[in-house]
Design a protein around this ligand. Structure first.
Ligand SMILES: *Cc1c(COP(=O)(O)O)cnc(C)c1O
Length: 408
């Protein structure tokens, strides 16, 4: 797919400060400003620095918080080969939505049994691409989509996606996808007549969901459907997929993940014991694993404030600001000196290309660096080359720490 072919992955080793122990007490240490500055000096700006150690850390943090739940990483927020390889080595499974994502995991040797295809609306060619790879679990949320599987009923298994509206989430994914519990029963009944196998239910409470109550309510509603299905004499459902949406601390008003997941585990414990539970985390796995670095191309004083023009902006790595409202922690590499209310803008000739309207920064020179943290999810993935400003290149850190440990 476009992203993995246009962006180069550099392999680097920064041994300092990176813990290699994978135990529970393992604490992840972000690359320091100094390390980021060294990388910018070596590779130029703008850069997206991907730290695979952070990917491992987040994967295990969520795994520990949701014991017994199979984690399928949703590629959408950061579809990079290095992320796939890192998670594959940790034993993760994957959530795919497009043939481009299938190509990416296939190219990295992901066994197809570890994947599910969760786009609720597919072309026949999308279904065929997935089946050709060996991915056999699909999602539907309507009768029209179900009928597409008549031709593939011997190979495919279906999850029926329910919707639970969530106005508080960054992206209320139940607005566009999912059906009511009543419709789910109708789909499952019709599937039985068609001879299509229904594996279970899924939902997505919405991205960056602040409250675990949304999951608890959705799990309880699914539990009712699961009971109803057996009462109707339909084949019992074996799987519940609780989707993505797990939040990360862009600001500090987000619960630690183990506390966030505690009520979810209580709700899951009410399900039949044999129920297989999956989740599709995207943002939670990758948000904190990328630090971006941009440099100042020029500056101007407008109405008493200094405007700094960066070589990366809204059309590039900060594209998430357009729809995601993520309050990335942004600061200058330079820390000393008095700070002034300043404006950070992107490089394009478009006036909406504003990264931050008001930010306290020291007096900076052209060429000085701006470092942004928590830039892994829905950033690079949605970046463009608008105005011929090239997307930031990706530098990959610490990819092989674990494999070295295993082989050594
Ligand atoms: C986007 C998406 C995800 C990932 O959601 P996050 O909020 O990033 O965790 C998971 N599943 C589906 C079907 C999605 O569309």
């Amino acid at each position: 797919m476009a992203l993995s072919t246009t962006l180069q992955d550099f392999q680097l080793k920064i041994p300092a400060e990176v813990a290699v122990n994978q135990g529970e007490s393992f604490a992840y240490v972000q690359p320091t400003n100094q390390e980021i500055e060294q990388l910018a000096a070596q590779f130029g700006a703008p850069l997206m620095v991907l730290d695979c150690e952070a990917v491992r850390h987040q994967y295990h943090a969520l795994k520990n918080a949701l014991p017994g739940v199979t984690l399928h990483f949703a590629l959408k927020p950061l579809p990079l080969a290095a992320v796939v390889r890192t998670l594959l080595a940790e034993g993760a499974s994957f959530d795919l939505a497009t043939s481009g994502e299938i190509d990416l995991v296939a190219s990295q040797g992901v066994p197809s049994e570890r994947t599910i295809h969760t786009h609720p609306i597919k072309r026949d060619s999308d279904i065929r691409d997935a089946l050709a790879y060996g991915c056999t679990v699909f999602v539907v949320d309507n009768i029209n989509e179900l009928e597409k599987f008549i031709a593939y009923k011997d190979q495919a298994e279906i999850l029926v996606r329910l919707s639970f509206r969530n106005k508080d989430a960054f992206a209320d994914l139940s607005k566009k996808f999912g059906c009511s519990p009543e419709m789910a029963i109708e789909i499952i009944t019709y599937a039985q007549q068609l001879g299509i196998r229904i594996k279970g239910l899924s939902f997505h409470v919405g991205s960056q969901t602040a409250s675990p109550t949304k999951y608890v309510d959705a799990i309880n509603a699914c539990a009712k459907v699961i009971t109803q299905v057996t009462e109707l004499g339909l084949p019992a459902l074996s799987t519940l997929d609780i989707g993505g949406g797990f939040p990360v601390p862009y600001s500090n008003d987000v619960l630690p993940i183990d506390i966030f997941c505690a009520p979810i585990n209580v709700a899951l414990a009410q399900l039949p014991e044999t129920m297989q539970v999956l989740a599709e985390p995207g943002r939670f796995i990758v948000a904190s694993c990328v630090t971006s670095v941009a440099s100042i191309m020029g500056q101007a004083v407008r109405e008493g404030k200094t405007w700094y023009y960066l070589d990366d902006g809204i059309y590039g790595s900060f594209s998430g600001l357009m729809f995601d409202e993520a309050a990335y922690p942004i600061d200058s590499a330079k820390q000393d000196g008095e700070r002034f209310d300043s404006v950070l803008v992107g490089p394009t000739c478009d006036s909406i290309d504003v990264v931050r309207e008001s930010i306290m920064l020291p007096k900076l020179n052209n060429g000085d660096l701006i470092i942004s943290r928590m830039m892994g999810a829905y950033t690079l993935a949605t970046a463009t080359d608008f105005n011929f400003f090239k997307r930031a290149e990706v530098v990959v850190l610490n990819e092989h720490v674990l494999s070295q440990e295993l082989t050594g």
